[in-house]
Write a protein that binds this ligand. Sequence first.
Ligand SMILES: NC(=O)c1ccc[n+]([C@@H]2O[C@H](COP(=O)([O-])OP(=O)(O)OC[C@H]3O[C@@H](n4cnc5c(N)ncnc54)[C@H](OP(=O)(O)O)[C@@H]3O)[C@@H](O)[C@H]2O)c1
Length: 339
Amino acid sequence: MKHYRLCFLGFGNVGRALARLFVSKSVELRDNYGIEWEITGVATRRMGWRASDEAIDVTQLLAGNDQTNSEADIDSWLARAKPDVVFETTSLNPETGQPAIEYMRQSLQAGAHVITANKAPIVYAYDELNQIALAQGKRFMFEATVLDSAPVFSLFRETLPAAKVRGFSAVFNSTTNVILETMEAGRSFAEGVKTAQDLGVAETDPSNDIEGWDSIMKVCAIARVILRTPLLPKEVRREGIRGLDSATLQAARAEGTPFKLLSRATVNTDGSVTASVRPEQISANDPLAGVRGTSLAIHFELDMIPGLTIVSHRPNLQSTAYGLLADFINADKRGLGTD
Ligand SMILES: NC(=O)c1ccc[n+]([C@@H]2O[C@H](COP(=O)([O-])OP(=O)(O)OC[C@H]3O[C@@H](n4cnc5c(N)ncnc54)[C@H](OP(=O)(O)O)[C@@H]3O)[C@@H](O)[C@H]2O)c1
């Protein structure tokens, strides 16, 4: 039986869903994987750096009744909580990836595996974080960043060796999908935002989704890890969905070529990558045509396989949390090493 001290850095929608998932999968983790766990640290802007020598009561934590003492900063938090694994789920900062990058750096240096749902550190600091993990004999994992729990990075790592990606197209963002479909039904942009928020897929401030930044970060993360080409967000052609009105969307749907916020990347002959995120009309025979509502999908073109589509049908917060849990179990199974 292996015993893990877990720390949660960020405890919003995803962090809390992950804590609930650990509770509901406890018996399975113990009986089938020989894993026991306790939470010894939780940190958010509002909660501060809470850490304990002993297990924090998860029920009290989820109920908002936790009284664990706060440490002054991340150094003392890591020193007190002594995590084997840090789950990093702080908010996306598409401009710099900070402060998450610094938090991950320190967590790895303190000897913890780092598992994240946050795209920006992959875009801005993949090499550095990987190298620290390697030097520390720890894992840096991030499957939940792109299609929640649907395998993308692990698919290429584990099952598609030496396959070259020539390009991909994707529907990466549930919020924009829901807004466009609401407007196709004759309702307003604001009603579309509200629908996405009611479904729990849009943040209070959904501008990163609407303006295309969330999708761009996913394009850049895949370019960096799977295409092995650094691509900065500013190098991706970007157009959000604000310019589309209901009449245009309804007409496009009636013609059978509805708009979606599409992400595209093409590997050029010189190895560089050209990418865009913008609303495009999609034909009925496109592999992404059936992606509706909150569903997400990516279609790869490879040298060995003409087309490979991964679809995540109606993922929810539990799906995202499962992406993090699966990384954790896989890190445990594979022992030391890095992606
Ligand atoms: N929601 C999804 O379906 C989904 C899916 C895939 C990936 N992701 C990614 O997962 C991450 C979390 O998403 P979420 O939906 O859980 O967001 P959220 O509900 O807004 O939670 C973010 C958490 O991070 C904390 N936080 C933000 N900045 C911090 C800082 N500088 N230091 C310490 N804590 C900080 C927040 O604390 P306070 O509340 O105290 O400010 C909050 O606990 C994001 O990077 C997001 O892009 C989300």
